[in-house]
Design a protein around this ligand. Structure first.
Ligand SMILES: Nc1ncnc2c1ncn2[C@@H]1O[C@H](COP(=O)(O)OP(=O)(O)OP(=O)(O)O)[C@@H](O)[C@H]1O
Length: 258
């Protein structure tokens, strides 16, 4: 079930370093939101804070609120592990368990959560692989190692693994940066398919990609070296790329800096 995210006055730190200043934004369900901006402005840091992966880094902390359908994921009673199950993540480099079979890669999260029923695991594996547009390519070699797939297939395998646990939100941190153009298009098509069921937030350096796949775009910027990154504006992708409200956004998307 896709859910809505509301971020309120979120500040992110690495030890004493204030990495991101006061972000407030909303992500509607069944929508793709792209985070763009120059290197170091805090896109990945904000993304990781949306499922409490940020605090896994020693010394890192978050202040502010991240609401998932109105529930604060940072509330003291909330278990960060269950947050990460509900809000899945796909990383820059495909990271399947290389020696584990394709099928077991997909159902790794479910097995970890205690599901042992083979029939159920097979069903979930098929559904997730179909959902990730990979089923046709791997159905005859489900027992073969995940590491034997191409880079683009491995990334779809990781997406299958992320959706196998039926999350509410999918976070993607530059999911195509290690892929060739054909695999990139396959992932972009998949993102468009997945948004029927999921809320998706994607960090990308590729502005054409943001324009192609996202409904809304958030532009982050850095005011200076050592300064925290900040959200400059968030709006419909069409508006950001045709008529942004802020000059800094226009300069960035027209390639005048960044
Ligand atoms: N593990 C970490 N420990 C300390 N500082 C970090 C860590 N990760 C990121 N930072 C710092 O936080 C700031 C934001 O980094 P972040 O990776 O979020 O930016 P980004 O916009 O995603 O950059 P890029 O586009 O290059 O991936 C940077 O100054 C970075 O050096």
């Amino acid at each position: 079930m896709a859910k809505r995210i509301d971020v309120k006055d979120l500040n992110l730190f690495y030890g004493k370093f204030h990495a991101v200043n006061s972000v407030t934004l909303s992500v509607p369900p069944r929508n793709v939101t792209a985070f763009i901006g120059p290197s170091g402005c805090g896109k990945s840091t904000v993304l990781r804070s949306l499922n409490r992966m940020h605090e896994v880094i020693p010394g890192a902390r978050a202040e502010g609120e991240v609401l998932l359908d109105g529930e604060d994921i940072y509330a003291s009673a909330v278990d960060p592990v269950s947050v990460r199950r509900t809000i899945g993540m796909v990383f820059q480099r495909p990271n399947p368990f290389p020696t584990m079979s394709i099928r077991d890669n997909v159902v790794a999260g479910l097995k970890l959560a205690g599901t042992r029923d083979k029939k159920k695991l097979d069903e979930v594996a098929e559904r997730a692989l179909r959902g990730a547009n990979l089923w046709a390519e791997v159905k005859d070699r489900l027992g073969k190692p995940g590491g034997g797939l191409s880079g683009g297939q491995q990334q779809r395998l990781c997406i299958a693994r992320a959706i196998a646990v039926q999350p509410d939100v999918l976070l993607m941190d530059e999911p195509c940066s290690a892929l060739d153009p054909i695999s990139t298009l396959a992932i972009e098509d998949l993102i468009t398919e997945l948004k029927k069921d999921y809320t998706i937030v994607i960090v990308t350096h590729n502005m054409q990609q943001a324009a192609r796949v996202s409904d809304q775009t958030a532009f982050f910027n850095l005011l200076g070296v050592g300064q925290p990154g900040q959200l400059i504006e968030i709006d419909d992708t069409e508006k950001i790329f045709s008529n942004p409200s802020q000059k800094a956004t226009e300069d960035y998307i027209s390639g005048r800096f960044g």
